[in-house]
Design a protein around this ligand. Structure first.
Ligand code: F6P
Length: 548
């Protein structure tokens, strides 16, 4: 069943949205003094508060019906059973297998790809990665000139960059003080230049992270870094300063990295789901194996929760269904991710790939056209910075934007008073969005402040807030490895839930291919007729290059 709009629950939700009519979030709160308790869910001490959305218990029960009618139970069972849910590439999506062993329980989930248990491979590669990382961290594995390796430069892009970069920044307080990490992703030489300018070749380890080991940007940066290092320390030094993370052993060997210094993963791990694999090597170098295990354990516990919790208590299910409600019934085209945690500043960019590369699709799993909306535009940045940039539009713009606020109850900085300010600001924003400020309140406040009637009349429209703008708040007890793992896995499964309702495959990304081909053709100076715009712009570049 790939047309969700034909499902009875979809139809009912359409009618229900019309019936909900002008009911406001404020009225929903007024009608239910226990709304926070009734519209929030928990995963251990992580809380998902979805009460500030324009939904009633009828909305929720229809959304759960929609999940059942769209076959979420079966889809989830197929995912965890290692069925080829990525049907266009005939692959399972078993990122959960990378973390299954890490959760402390008698019976970890068991995963098999094409009938073959994957746990032995996962354990072996984890040990390989942990062993190497500890040698580097403890100074047993040294650079070619005998110095300790204390600077790690991860060269990768997309899933081979965004996940590790997110986690390394998010767990900043856990980083061994000696280690400095940089992430180079952009093919723009400015990116690598900037990092190499502060790099001491003798103390630096380059990780070439690429699932395919063919991604043009990564390979260009890898070759440039290798050339730079060989020029500084000699060709023989490359062996001590370059390692690879990939699924492609031949290409790694051809690049000149000994397969012993290659950390493997498998084609059943999608790029944007790969931080749990050897792609996390930079994370392990930064925070050590024990904390990396905590990260895996948080994600594994979220996997179990997604698999076993009833729909009504299931955080990924609730979050995914809310996205469908906002996108398909309320017509909200974008969604803001607002971490009130500076260390999570990369989360919006990370979720852009996770959500939009997964669910930015207009073809159903079986190749039919999609006639309903799929992924919203994901955007955002850390609070409170965003408040002084785009929150004006969130509060008074013409279109409501559903927001996810992500906060940590307990602080890890040295400035607890500032954490209190941060937390209060996050809550204030979601309350202002939901409840706004009426014209009457604004006028009363202005009168109390002694403003004169004409000024009040002129400014009231500008100073009032309609409110009624939806948001969801996730509170982690603390931003540590375990809860970060759980948070990321929560979003992974949320994306799967929405994809299941939309009838699309979230695990492929054919939409990135055409641009790669066209760029290659332009680079090769192909004679194929370019359109006049592309040809004209290319001529500008050629003229500038001639003047260089
Ligand atoms: O952007 C396309 C993509 O294939 C992503 O899905 C992937 O994460 C990224 O490129 C990098 O790919 P690789 O790890 O193979 O270099």
């Amino acid at each position: 069943m790939s047309d969700p709009t034909r499902l009875p629950a979809w139809q009912s939700l359409g009618q229900h949205h019309a019936q909900l009519g002008a009911t406001t979030i404020a009225e929903l709160f007024a009608a239910d003094p226990d709304r926070f308790r009734n519209f929030s869910a928990r995963f251990g001490d992580l809380v998902l508060d979805y009460s500030k959305n324009r939904i009633s218990d009828v909305t929720l029960s229809l959304l759960f019906d929609l999940a059942r009618e769209a076959g979420l139970d079966q889809a989830r069972a197929d995912l965890f059973a290692g069925k080829p849910v990525n049907n266009t590439e005939n692959r399972p999506a078993l990122h959960m297998a990378l973390r299954a062993q890490a959760a402390m329980r008698d019976k970890p989930l068991v995963f098999a790809a094409a009938g073959v248990a994957v746990a032995p491979d996962v354990t072996q590669e984890l040990d390989h990665m942990f062993g190497f990382a500890q040698e580097v961290r403890l100074g047993a594995f040294l650079g070619a000139t005998g110095k300790r390796l204390q600077h790690v430069v991860n060269i990768g892009i997309g899933g081979s960059d965004l996940g590790p970069a997110l986690v390394v920044d998010a767990l900043r307080p856990d980083i061994d003080g000696r280690m400095v990490l940089d992430f180079v992703s952009n093919v723009d030489g400015a990116h690598l230049d900037a990092v190499l300018a502060r790099t001491d070749p003798e103390t630096t380890l380059f990780i070439i992270a690429s699932k395919t080991f063919t991604t043009a940007e990564t390979m260009a940066n890898a070759r440039a870094a290798r050339k730079w290092l060989a020029a500084k320390l000699g060709e023989a030094a490359v062996d001590r300063h370059f390692v690879a993370v990939s699924t492609n052993i031949e290409a790694v060997r051809a690049f000149g990295i000994d397969p012993q210094r290659m950390f493997r993963f498998w084609d059943w791990v999608g790029g944007r789901y790969s931080l749990w694999s050897a792609i996390g090597l930079s994370i392990v170098l930064a925070i050590g194996p024990a904390k990396f295990r905590d990260l895996l354990a948080g994600a594994a516990d979220m996997d179990r929760h997604f698999l076993e919790a009833p729909l009504q208590e299931n955080l990924p299910v609730i979050l995914g269904l809310l996205q469908v409600w906002h996108r398909n019934f309320c017509g909200h085209a974008t969604q803001a991710i607002l971490p009130y945690a500076q260390d999570l500043w990369r989360l919006p960019a990370y979720l852009q790939q996770l959500e939009m590369e997964s669910n930015g699709k207009s073809v159903t799993r079986d190749g039919g056209p999609v006639t309903w909306e799929t992924s919203p535009v994901i955007w955002g940045q850390a609070g409170t910075n965003g408040q002084h940039a785009f929150h004006q539009m969130l509060h008074q713009g013409t279109e409501p934007v559903p927001c996810d606020f992500i906060l940590a109850a307990r602080d890890r900085s040295s400035l607890p008073a500032q954490h209190q300010m941060l937390f209060a600001n996050g809550l204030a924003q979601s309350a202002a969005l939901a409840f706004g400020r009426s014209a009457a309140d604004v006028a009363a406040a202005m009168r109390a402040a002694g403003q004169d009637g004409a000024v009040i009349e002129r400014l009231v429209p500008h100073r009032s807030f309609a409110g009624n703008r939806p948001s969801t708040t996730i509170v982690l007890p603390v931003l540590d490895a375990y809860h970060l793992g759980a948070l990321i896995a929560l979003y992974e499964h949320k994306v799967f839930v929405a994809a299941t309702i939309w009838g699309i495959n979230p695990f492929d990304q054919w939409g990135v291919e055409l641009g790669k081909e066209l760029a290659n053709a332009l680079l090769a100076g192909s004679d194929a007729p370019a359109d006049s715009s592309t040809a004209g712009l290319m001529a500008l570049y050629d003229a500038a290059a001639r003047r260089r």
